[in-house]
Design a binder for this molecule. Structure first.
Ligand code: SAH
Length: 222
């Protein structure tokens, strides 16, 4: 029994080490991000039938027409959020908890993560996975992320994992000065990853990165 459990642990650590090597080859350089992704079991966030594919560089279904982002995108977005190896994040807002994998990565790099999801059963599952990993510096809200989470604003970082046609105003307003919003923007088929830095009270700097494929950012709750 113990032996077989160890076997599973070792296999998945080895598989994660291969994933990390691939991420580095794909251009991910932030060592903290790579370390956290090496240490976070990704297979527990997907259905058992898909667990063996959890470390491939693909998006996988998590139910309710949603997907867990591919490892490269999780790494890239997290790296963009952190900006440099010395950046310490106090409060991070995540829109689109989904299965909770990105949440787990963020919770190991920030003091506290505020995570919003509009599909209740997905949020419930994510909560239980994150509880199993003993990650406790996370607050969850079932709600529409286009409103942000004003009670805890401003945030040093905001990460959005669904694509709106335009950046929601509330998220821009809830960024701290020099805070960073990482978000896929655009209609299906023409989305691009953006990093928006709040330079001052009323000015923002926009940088464009990889073309991406995300599920749509939807309003309201389900
Ligand atoms: N990071 C997640 C991504 C899941 S897919 C993961 O790796 O599992 C994107 C998620 O965003 C979905 O769960 C979807 O329900 C959620 N979402 C889309 N629009 C939203 C909105 N306006 N507010 C909150 N969540 C939203």
């Amino acid at each position: 029994m113990v032996q077989s459990l160890q076997g599973i642990g070792m296999t998945s650590l080895r598989t994660r080490e291969r994933m990390i090597k691939r991420l580095a080859e794909q251009g991910i350089t932030n060592s903290k991000v790579l370390e956290v992704m090496r240490d976070t079991p990704r297979h527990i966030f997907v259905d058992e039938a898909l667990a063996s594919r959890a470390y491939e560089d693909v998006a996988l279904p998590i139910g309710y027409n949603q997907t867990i982002s591919q490892p490269y995108i999780v790494a890239k977005m997290t790296e963009l959020l952190i900006k440099s190896t010395h950046r310490h994040l106090k409060k991070v807002l995540e829109i689109g908890t989904g299965c909770g994998y990105q949440t787990a990565v963020l919770a190991q790099l920030a003091d506290h993560v505020y995570s919003m999801e509009r599909i209740l059963p997905l949020q419930r599952k994510a909560k239980s996975y994150l509880w199993d990993l003993r990650l406790k510096n996370i607050s969850f809200m079932y709600g529409d992320g286009s409103l942000g989470w004003a009670d805890y604003a401003p945030f040093e970082g905001i990460l959005v994992s669904a694509a709106p046609a335009e950046v929601p105003d509330a998220l821009l307003k809830q960024l701290a000065i020099s805070g960073v919003l990482v978000i896929p923007v655009g209609m299906a088929g023409r989305q691009v990853l953006q990093r928006i830095t709040r330079v001052s009270e009323d000015s923002y700097d926009i940088e464009q990165f990889d073309p991406v494929i995300f599920v749509p950012f939807l309003s309201g709750k389900e």
